[in-house]
Design a protein around this ligand. Structure first.
Ligand SMILES: *[C@@H]1O[C@H](CO)[C@@H](O)[C@H](O)[C@H]1NC(C)=O
Ligand SMILES: *[C@@H]1O[C@H](CO)[C@@H](O)[C@H](O)[C@H]1NC(C)=O
Ligand SMILES: *[C@@H]1O[C@H](CO)[C@@H](O)[C@H](O)[C@H]1NC(C)=O
Ligand SMILES: *[C@@H]1O[C@H](CO)[C@@H](O)[C@H](O)[C@H]1NC(C)=O
Ligand SMILES: *[C@@H]1O[C@H](CO)[C@@H](O)[C@H](O)[C@H]1NC(C)=O
Ligand SMILES: *[C@@H]1O[C@H](CO)[C@@H](O)[C@H](O)[C@H]1NC(C)=O
Length: 637
């Protein structure tokens, strides 16, 4: 009988609370550091730290938050706890509480065994309540004069938490700073706004105020209806691309005049003549930019532009009057062009008679010719009658135009020339093989289309090098011309200079012998050994072991100098000309090596590149790039 009673008592404790006097304790201990904070008048945030490790008695599956309203000392029962199904949680937000009310909060941990010990009660007093959202309606109307008024209307909040004192209305373009209007008194339930811009999304907020504060805000977005612009585009500028091509640019009307999204501009550009106005040009564009070409010289033109919204056009800008230059430099005539390779075109034209005014030419080219020359490729060339366009798209057709350039700007544009990047009238696949110091073997294929009278090879070079006096020489190697039979596709060019870059042209000359552009390559011949140098000069003996000398320089005509050796041959060992000793033998006879004892011919110094000194003390004992300038022996030549 006694035994049964003890079991009963222990069971009772297992299902209830842990008792400090009983060693077996299986539900978790109380969470620690419980804090409760009111977020607003109806919500609190509860936070805690889990029970200490040794008191958990299992894995924590979650928590329960016990919230009870306190009215004086009375704690009404029957409040269900909030359950957090997350053992890692350390906070929870409780909503929908009553403003102006005191609550008591406790937290307990949950394991598989159930709800654990509750933390000590924390009390929190909710701030006074504020009104909930008013119901908001926004309705815009446009009167017969096109004036926009926006009627904003709302209903009193359903939960005022006291007496309503008034309202606050805020409005402005969405996302920007809002203007605020305060309205005193609970009967203020609407407002008409007449200062809104058209075609803009507005943000409108209304909240009611009670004795505590402003309450929740009702928010509405309202897109004001568009209207035609009420002002013209601003900031109109123009610039001549050539004397016959003008580009106008402008900005949108000022924000207050836009009245919506500007979707289009229409432009009127007119020749300002009373009779025979055949020029009048009207154009639409969605950009703030337009180009007109074909302008006449010494002529008056007018320009105006207006902006459109979806509702129609606004007013035109003020008329802009302009006058084109008189006496323009005329366009280059007879512009011709041919592909010279799969990526290049040569163009040629007749020089513009210039009276010294023309300082060069401007070449415009593009795959998509349009009036706006800013979108074309451009190339500036000096006063010449031809130019080569490079890096072009294979097989594409290019539109090309040329204008003379003067100090004050461009002359008129030539007529447009269209050329496809497909070589048909030039020798094909021009190459140079077996390039030596003095020759190269040129090969090519016949043109695809043209049946040539013959081929013409021309080549020349401009050679620059530092000569034996250290002076930079520029040599023009004159053009050599050779005519080759029209059935032969290779030729060896000879008598070339070493280390020289030649430009080589091969032209397929048509039966008419008219000008045709050549196929072109450059050929650089190989370097050759330097030409013999002049002998050094001696100007005296210094002490017992040194001879003072002046060293010559080598010419770089046949290639840049890598280094110099200064070779010394004692007269009694001189069985041959110094030139005839092998470099390897001389190097082997370096100071310090076994062979050096023999005191045969040796290298006294090495000088890199062009760094050979003008005067030199032979025998000064110093090291030059690893070679010792050995002291000379007395009484020896
Ligand atoms: C109070 O805060 C809660 C939680 O952030 C929120 O859901 C509720 O709307 C807020 N109430 C008011 C009146 O601002
Ligand atoms: C908007 O205002 C107009 C004119 O006052 C009225 O006829 C219309 O019924 C209103 N629309 C709404 C949705 O309230
Ligand atoms: C006119 O355009 C220029 C260049 O785009 C700009 O810097 C300037 O602010 C514009 N002026 C006005 C009044 O918009
Ligand atoms: C420009 O656009 C307007 C409106 O879309 C249209 O009425 C007008 O005819 C257009 N003008 C031209 C030249 O295309
Ligand atoms: C030049 O080179 C081409 C191609 O390598 C070869 O067929 C031709 O025989 C050469 N010409 C001479 C003259 O060596
Ligand atoms: C090769 O042809 C170009 C034109 O394509 C010309 O400017 C150049 O002077 C010519 N060179 C020779 C060596 O004929």
């Amino acid at each position: 009988m006694k035994v049964i009673q003890i079991v009963f008592i222990i069971k009772l404790y297992l299902f209830h609370k842990c008792h400090t006097l009983i060693a077996i304790c299986i539900v978790p201990g109380e969470p620690r550091d419980v804090k409760v904070e009111a977020i607003n008048s109806t919500s609190i945030e509860v936070s805690w730290t889990p029970p200490i490790e040794t008191e958990r008695h299992g894995i924590i599956r979650g928590y329960q938050i016990h919230v009870q309203e306190r009215e004086g000392a009375v704690i009404p029962s029957g409040f269900l706890p909030y359950t957090v199904h997350n053992g890692d949680a350390t906070k929870y937000t409780v909503v929908d509480l009553h403003p102006d009310t005191e609550y008591q909060v406790q937290v307990s941990a949950i394991t598989r065994k159930g709800d654990g010990a509750r933390s000590a009660p924390e009390t929190v007093r909710m701030p006074g309540g504020v009104p909930n959202k008013p119901a908001l309606i926004v309705n815009g109307t446009v009167d017969h004069l096109g004036k926009l008024s926006v009627y904003v209307e709302w209903k009193a909040p359903t939960q005022p938490y006291g007496e309503l004192m008034g309202y606050r209305l805020q409005y402005g373009p969405r996302g920007e700073n809002l203007a605020t209007i305060t309205l005193e008194g609970q009967s203020m339930l609407h407002k008409t706004l007449t200062d809104l811009q058209r075609g803009i999304e507005y943000e409108i907020r209304v909240s009611a105020r009670n004795h505590n504060s402003y309450g929740e805000e009702a928010v509405k977005y309202y897109m004001t209806p568009e209207a035609p612009p009420s002002g013209p585009p601003i900031n109109i500028t123009y610039r001549y691309q050539t004397p016959g091509t003008i580009v106008f640019t402008w900005d949108e009307p000022v924000p207050n005049d836009r009245n919506g999204i500007i979707i289009n501009y229409d432009v009127e550009f007119n020749k300002n003549v009373v009779l025979n106005n055949d020029y009048k040009k009207e154009k639409n564009t969605s950009e703030g930019r337009i180009v007109f070409d074909g302008l006449e010289e010494n002529m008056d033109y007018t320009f105006k532009v207006r902006a459109w919204t979806s509702k129609g056009p606004g007013p035109y800008s003020e008329l802009l009057n302009l006058h084109t230059e008189p006496d323009l430099v005329r366009a280059p005539m007879n512009l011709r062009g041919l592909a010279t390779s799969e990526s290049s075109i040569e163009i040629w034209w007749e020089l513009v008679p210039s009276r010294g005014k023309v300082i060069g030419y401007q070449v415009f080219y593009t795959m998509a010719p349009g009036p706006d020359l800013d979108l074309w490729n451009q190339m500036s060339v000096p006063v010449t009658h031809s130019a080569e366009l490079q890096n072009l798209e294979r097989h594409a057709e290019y539109g090309i135009s040329v204008a003379a350039r003067t100090a004050s700007g461009l002359g008129r544009l030539s007529t447009l020339l269209a050329v496809r990047v497909k070589p048909v009238d030039v020798p094909m696949y021009l190459r140079a093989h077996h390039v030596t110091t003095h020759s190269a073997n040129l090969t090519w294929g016949p043109p695809i289309q043209l049946n040539p009278l013959h081929f013409k090879i021309t080549y020349n070079a401009i050679k620059e090098f530092v000569d034996a006096q250290g002076v930079t020489q520029v040599q023009k190697i004159p053009t050599v011309t050779t005519i080759i039979n029209n059935r032969i596709y290779s030729h060896i060019i000879e008598d070339l200079r070493p280390f020289t870059t030649y430009t080589v042209n091969v032209t397929a000359v048509p039966q008419t012998q008219d000008y045709r552009p050549p196929a072109k390559i450059t050929v650089t011949t190989q370097m050759a050994a330097p030409q013999p140098m002049v002998k050094p000069d001696f100007y005296g003996v210094k002490g017992d072991h040194e001879i003072a000398m002046i060293l010559p320089q080598a010419s770089e005509e046949y290639g840049p100098i890598a280094f110099y050796y200064l070779v010394v041959v004692p007269k009694d060992k001189a069985f041959k000309n110094p030139d005839q000793y092998l470099t390897d033998d001389l190097i082997a006879n370096k100071a310090g090596s076994k062979e050096a004892l023999a005191e045969g011919p040796y290298i006294a110094a090495k000088f890199l590149h062009r760094n050979i000194p003008y005067s030199f003390a032979l025998g000064n004992g110093q090291i030059y790039e690893g070679f010792k300038n050995r002291p000379l022996q007395k009484k020896k030549k």
